[in-house]
Design a protein around this ligand. Structure first.
Ligand SMILES: [Zn+2]
Length: 272
């Protein structure tokens, strides 16, 4: 599943291809993905228009022009690749875009949990309006999270993975950041001290940054030979390492399952 670092890597790769370029043509090969695609609206608002920026909030990408932005989410299995023409070559190609002069981007998504939507300027979008701050944004501060966790009954791991609290943190990165911050994943979010929030946010950014740096900077090296995003190459400290020795204390890593999700942590290092 594409996570925040893969989406950030995609954003970086897209900038030289689409920024300050005219979007010549948009073609949609089906009317819907996870949600209906507003085909007419997108074609009217974007055809012949210059894209001036590509931004990201959590796992949402926004391609901006003066009228608003086209919003992309890659869902469970989406990817965007560069091809030699508008002709769909791969199965599950759902949308094709031509940027001047001859950049062709294909949106491919076998499971169709992704989305392509239109966000009118200054209007926002329900999907974005309910999102918490991106972990790299200025709004994301330890003070804000401590305040928001005050009324939160659940564990800190659930808080981290709740996109309405903080956008775009998946299971892998939640487990890794909690290990690095030495915080027990099931600790009640409202019981974290201010220094713990300080450290946790720092570690969230560190693990994401590490993964972003491990990714490529072009669409070509974004995916490995199997077509999977590069994060599989990441050096993970706890995620998927049940029974293996902790890198800090050498005691075995524990795996628990809670609401159908695995949590990996070190019982010795993450007591607080
Ligand atoms: Zn340990």
């Amino acid at each position: 599943m594409p996570e925040l670092p893969e989406v950030e890597t995609l954003r970086t790769a897209l900038i030289p291809l689409v920024c300050n370029k005219t979007l010549v043509e948009l073609k949609f090969l089906r009317p819907d993905l996870r949600f209906p695609i507003p085909v007419k609206q997108l074609q009217k608002a974007m055809t012949g228009m210059v894209v001036h920026d590509v931004t990201r909030t959590g796992k949402y990408l926004l391609l901006h022009n003066v009228k608003g932005a086209m919003l992309w989410h890659l869902g469970m299995s989406g990817r965007v690749v560069q091809k030699p023409s508008m002709k769909a070559e791969e199965k599950h190609t759902h949308a094709v875009f031509q940027f001047e002069p001859d950049t062709f981007l294909h949106f491919i998504d076998p499971r169709r949990f992704g989305c392509i939507l239109w966000v009118p300027k200054d209007k926002g979008h329900p999907l974005l309006d309910h999102l918490g701050p991106d972990p790299f944004s200025e709004e994301a501060t330890p003070a804000l999270f401590k305040e928001r966790a005050r009324t939160c009954k659940g564990p800190v791991k659930g808080f981290l993975m709740n996109a309405t609290r903080i956008a775009g943190i998946g299971n892998i990165y939640a487990c890794e950041a909690l290990f690095e911050a030495e915080i027990h994943p099931m600790k009640s979010a409202r019981k974290l001290s201010r220094p713990q929030w300080d450290r946790l946010l720092t570690e969230v950014r560190n693990v994401l940054r590490k993964s972003i740096n491990a990714g490529g900077t072009t669409l070509r090296d974004f995916f490995n030979a199997d077509g999977n995003p590069g994060y599989f190459a990441l050096d993970l400290a706890v995620y998927g390492r049940q029974g293996e020795p902790c890198t800090r204390c050498r005691n075995p890593i524990t795996r628990t399952v809670h609401t159908a999700r695995s949590t990996f942590f070190c019982k010795t290092c993450q007591k607080r």
